[in-house]
Design a protein around this ligand. Structure first.
Ligand code: PXG
Length: 297
């Protein structure tokens, strides 16, 4: 495997960054998790836009123009000969000293790109659905570094996920400071009630997921499902007809048990099933070509 770090490619065992990098010392940086399907990078522009917005929010100057970052992503996937891939792009503040002062990171940001294979959940989970719990950990408030910034500070999410694992569940819901549902540790969340679809708004404190946006577009334009963004407590999930999660890793997947309550019929429901199918068809037929771009030159 070849990993990109600041313009050079390294074998996995040699792909290293400094222990003085503020990404390591403080989680001072941002990232994107991107998928490639069938030789095309899914919604690359959306991921790059979110990267730019996250960088801007944390006063981080990206080390390259976005077009160059895009080229580096394509090249990394190509070098690894992947058609279906999970791409992790990380930008850290770079090498500084042991203090918090970002001005000490004089050489600028560190950028690395890993292109690997992943399958987050085995196929049977897409049929049977996931078991989910509510975490004791609260979503960060909007007065803190907003959850909309995809920062390297994932400790709350990791601990929430560990609570899920300890309870025999696959995902954990984070409530926000007002007790409303925000999102899961690595996915956005939707529920279906009487044919309508509901999801927490940005103001609930969520990462505005690329998959969330795609699903909302598919619902409105292809499937004729109405999606309403509004705040709700977790009790609305218990009485929902269907609950599903969306994320780059998980794609679209049902949650059929939440905090011990069976949701709907306890299996992946009909609307979620349709969405999974449409999402997969769309993902496999769209995106930025990885290999054709080279041939065209
Ligand atoms: N919320 C959070 C907190 C996330 O981390 C999403 C929503 C979904 O966003 P996208 O843009 O992917 O639709 C994410 C992203 C993992 C893993 O291993 C998952 C994410 C990020 C990193 C790792 O499960 N999900």
């Amino acid at each position: 495997m070849k990993i990109y770090i600041d313009g050079k490619y390294f074998d996995k065992d040699d792909a290293k960054i400094s222990v003085y990098d503020h990404g390591v010392l403080y989680g001072d940086g941002i990232f994107e998790g991107i998928r490639a399907y069938n030789g095309r990078i899914f919604r690359l522009d959306d991921h790059l836009q979110r990267l730019e917005e996250s960088a801007n929010a944390i006063l981080l100057k990206l080390p390259l123009p976005i077009k160059e970052i895009e080229k580096a992503i394509l090249e990394t996937v190509r070098l690894n000969g992947l058609r279906d891939a999970y791409i992790r792009l990380v930008v850290t503040r770079g090498v500084g000293d042991l203090g918090l002062d970002m001005r000490k990171c004089k050489d600028g940001a560190t950028l690395f790109i890993i292109a690997d294979r992943i399958e987050l959940y085995p196929e049977e989970f897409y049929v049977k659905g996931l078991t989910v719990i509510t975490s004791t950990i609260r979503q960060k408030g909007l007065d803190q570094v907003t959850p909309g910034v995809k920062s390297l500070n994932y400790l709350a999410n990791i601990l929430a996920r560990a609570e899920a694992t300890a309870a025999g569940a696959q995902e954990a819901i984070l409530l926000n400071a007002t007790g409303h549902v925000s999102e899961c540790s690595g996915d956005n969340l939707f529920y279906v009630k009487k044919g309508k679809i509901f999801t927490p708004p940005t103001s609930a404190g969520i990462l505005v997921g690329v998959t969330r946006n795609v699903v909302m577009e598919l619902c409105e334009s292809k499937l004729g499902f109405k999606v309403l963004e509004r705040n709700f407590p977790r009790y609305e999930l218990y009485s929902a007809d269907e609950v599903f999660l969306t994320g780059t890793g998980a794609e679209v997947i049902a949650a059929v048990k939440i905090d011990g309550r069976v949701i709907g019929k306890g299996v992946c429901g009909p609307m979620t099933k349709q969405l999974i199918k449409h999402f997969r068809d769309y993902a496999n037929a769209s995106g930025t070509p990885v290999y054709e771009a080279v041939k065209a030159k």
